[in-house]
Design a protein around this ligand. Structure first.
Ligand SMILES: *[C@@H]1O[C@H](CO)[C@@H](O)[C@H](O)[C@H]1NC(C)=O
Ligand SMILES: *[C@@H]1O[C@H](CO)[C@@H](O)[C@H](O)[C@H]1NC(C)=O
Ligand SMILES: *[C@@H]1O[C@H](CO)[C@@H](O)[C@H](O)[C@H]1NC(C)=O
Ligand SMILES: *[C@@H]1O[C@H](CO)[C@@H](O)[C@H](O)[C@H]1NC(C)=O
Ligand SMILES: *[C@@H]1O[C@H](CO)[C@@H](O)[C@H](O)[C@H]1NC(C)=O
Ligand SMILES: *[C@@H]1O[C@H](CO)[C@@H](O)[C@H](O)[C@H]1NC(C)=O
Ligand SMILES: *[C@@H]1O[C@H](CO)[C@@H](O)[C@H](O)[C@H]1NC(C)=O
Ligand SMILES: *[C@@H]1O[C@H](CO)[C@@H](O)[C@H](O)[C@H]1NC(C)=O
Length: 352
């Protein structure tokens, strides 16, 4: 009787064990199958990514590493990058004695809490004159070598030279991401009136935060007209992939500047495709001539966008700094309910 029971229990246990084993095996193979499914779905991307993030273009040498390390001091592998050529740094004999680059640097001096950011600013010079000027000013300078290309003169908006220079910039910034540095890229026609790090999201899941020509009241709307004159990019596999793809389109986008190509990529759904988290910046903080910030108390940067020539930008940006100084003076007075408007951007309006 007992023996029989033991036998029955034993075989029952055997069956149970087998069953559990089978369930386990089935589950295991099924889950590895589904993992495989997921992987094969993502595979091209993943492989691309891990290869890409380890690959650093040797032609930049260790000069770039040193420059980035120096500029990111006290700023957690984050740098501010501006690119200049001769036309932005040298006084024109017949024109203004103030250059765009002078105005740009002035804004760091006049801005609120922006002076120390000069240490994190890396000036990327695309020609010798720009490099010399940068060295003269004792800034962090990096000379970008480009074989057989002259980037010295003023690049009229949308000329082929202008377009080439913009693409050179994208491939350089890709390299910065590959070196593991986050960056704010800023054009020199952006005035830094307050510290933008205070208005940019600190959420590390946000891969890219980019300025817009006019804001649509929704930071996630992909319908924005983006502006590549000011943005913050975090270095990770997703942004590296984005810049790889973006930069890879340069030879297949005749007559298009990099900004339009990025806009097309966003329109084509690249944000969802790469799983990017992109924030579109409000012009209330990141203002521009296309759409002025409504509030001097909030404004952080002012970009001379919607403008065609350097001379017009310089003239109208001088007015911006003048408005800003006036605001600051009044702001220091007793609880004034200041009512200042931006001076209209006449030169830029007429530059078209
Ligand atoms: C990327 O890496 C994989 C293996 O990790 C290799 O098979 C493939 O050739 C690499 N691709 C490139 C473009 O280097
Ligand atoms: C490396 O960078 C140089 C510019 O410095 C560029 O001309 C070249 O195509 C790049 N090489 C690769 C493999 O990306
Ligand atoms: C750098 O990172 C540390 C720790 O993550 C943080 O405490 C510090 O505030 C950061 N510094 C800056 C300038 O962001
Ligand atoms: C960061 O953003 C992600 C996705 O938008 C969100 O889920 C998360 O809560 C945010 N983290 C913080 C600290 O705000
Ligand atoms: C990219 O992803 C690979 C693995 O998928 C990881 O080892 C590497 O650290 C990542 N690189 C960056 C820059 O996040
Ligand atoms: C380049 O553009 C042409 C025409 O728009 C298109 O057919 C082709 O697939 C593109 N090539 C790449 C590599 O994107
Ligand atoms: C300024 O405003 C504060 C509170 O908003 C008030 O207490 C103070 O009396 C005001 N000072 C003047 C001079 O109006
Ligand atoms: C500023 O502009 C607004 C609207 O255009 C106007 O109502 C206001 O009077 C202006 N203020 C000054 C001080 O010019």
């Amino acid at each position: 009787m007992m023996d029989n029971l033991r036998q029955t229990l034993g075989s029952f246990a055997m069956v149970a064990l087998l069953f559990i084993g089978f369930i386990f095996l089935y589950h295991w193979s099924f889950s590895s199958f589904s993992t495989q499914l997921l992987l094969s779905h993502n595979e091209p991307l993943c492989q691309q990514q891990s290869n890409m993030s380890t690959y650093v273009n040797e032609s930049y040498g260790d000069g770039l590493d040193k420059a980035l390390a120096k500029a990111s001091i006290r700023n957690n592998k984050t740098v501010i990058i501006a690119m200049v050529n001769k036309a932005y740094v040298e006084q024109d004999v017949n024109g203004d004695t103030i250059t765009m680059f002078d105005l740009f640097l002035s804004s760091f001096w006049l801005g609120e809490g922006t002076r120390s950011l000069i240490d994190n600013l890396l000036i990327v010079a695309v020609d010798q004159t720009a490099y010399d000027r940068c060295q003269f000013l004792r800034l962090n300078c990096y000379k970008l070598e480009t074989d057989g290309v002259d980037f010295e003169g003023e690049k009229i908006y949308m000329s082929q030279d202008f377009i080439n220079m913009m693409w050179r910039r994208t491939s350089f910034l890709l390299e910065v991401l590959k070196h593991g540095y986050n960056f704010i890229f800023t054009d020199t026609d952006v005035m830094w009136l307050r510290n933008p790090f205070k208005k940019l999201s600190k959420n590390e899941t946000e891969d890219l935060q980019i300025s817009t020509d006019s804001y649509l009241n929704d930071p996630w709307s992909e319908k924005h007209q983006i502006n590549t004159g000011f943005y913050f990019a975090r270095s990770n596999n997703k942004t590296i992939s984005l810049f790889e793809i973006w930069n890879g389109m340069k030879d297949n986008s005749t007559g298009k500047k990099e900004q339009d190509v990025l806009l097309d990529l966003i329109g084509g759904g690249i944000i969802g495709h790469l799983g990017l988290n992109v924030r579109f910046l409000d012009t209330l903080y990141f203002s521009g001539f296309c759409q002025d910030s409504k509030d001097f108390r909030e404004v952080t940067t002012v970009h001379a966008n919607c403008c065609r020539s350097i001379a017009a930008k310089v003239a109208d940006l001088k007015a911006v700094l003048h408005d800003w100084k006036q605001f600051r003076r009044l702001d220091l007075e007793v609880n004034s309910t200041i009512n200042i408007n931006w001076t209209s951007h006449q030169w830029c309006l007429r530059s078209w």
